[in-house]
Write a new protein. Structure first.
Length: 249
């Protein structure tokens, strides 16, 4: 029985940094960022591990370069803040961010698990922070301090990324899961669940979809608008004084 021919190794010097990053991105999209390794990358590319180390001294260097590329691409595709109403602009931005994460698994992996590196990448730090500064400026328009604007913007960011991660972890749930939840509520009945039995199709309400995402943004905006009228927020810094009735202590 003849032996199968071994895979031919690539000639030394035939690689490029961009080609290595392309292959690394494909692995991350298929298996996740935690599964990326230099030996796996070398096997995928048909080269020796030492050939990759010639371009990237460690996996950490490779990941930083990949984060830089992903962040640069994302910044070009996300809409800059416009001159519209601040609340409309916030919804438009975070809706666009979620759509971008849907389209590109690589972006989800990077922004969900390695977002810290976007601030450490020297070549992109200025762009990332300028985009953040623009987002805060949206919230200073209606009267928030920069401190409170930073807190609010972070809350929106955390909500959006948390929704995306939960959305994908629940991707395998289907109509059978919805039916099982509803059946459990019915089975336990009003004696144990006096409020929940009054909710129509509770299983579907638990879904992660466009409607639920926008509902969450609207609720957050309601809270932000309330803070404009009755500020006692968020940052732990000195609160603006409320008016008091005459003669009260």
């Amino acid at each position: 029985m003849s032996e199968q021919p071994s895979r031919k190794r690539r000639a030394r010097g035939s690689l490029s940094a961009d080609e290595i990053l392309d292959a690394a991105a494909r692995i991350v999209e298929q298996d996740g960022l935690d599964q990326l390794s230099m030996p796996q990358l070398a096997r995928t590319m048909g080269c020796g591990v030492t050939s990759i180390y010639w371009y990237f001294r460690s996996k950490d260097d490779l990941v930083v370069a990949l984060v830089e590329r992903v962040t640069r691409d994302a910044l070009t595709m996300l809409p800059p803040a416009g001159n519209g109403a601040w609340d409309d602009e916030l919804v438009a931005y975070f809706t666009a961010f979620r759509s971008l994460m849907h389209r590109t698994p690589l972006y989800r992996e990077v922004f969900a698990h390695r977002s810290r590196l976007t601030f450490e990448a020297n070549r992109l730090r200025r762009q990332v922070l300028r985009r953040t500064d623009t987002g805060l400026e949206l919230l200073t328009r209606p009267g928030f301090t920069p401190q409170d604007a930073a807190v609010i913007h972070t809350i929106f960011s955390n909500y959006t990324m948390g929704f995306i991660l939960r959305e994908y972890s629940a991707a395998d749930e289907d109509q059978e899961d919805v039916a099982a939840v509803n059946a459990s509520v019915t089975q336990l009945g009003a004696d144990e669940l006096p409020t929940l039995v009054q909710v129509e199709n509770y299983g579907s309400i638990r879904a992660f979809d466009d409607e639920r995402f926008l509902a969450g943004l609207r609720l957050l905006l309601q809270g932000v608008r309330y803070e404009l009228q009755s500020p006692e927020l968020t940052s732990g810094h000195a609160k603006r004084p409320r008016s008091t009735k005459a003669g009260s202590r």
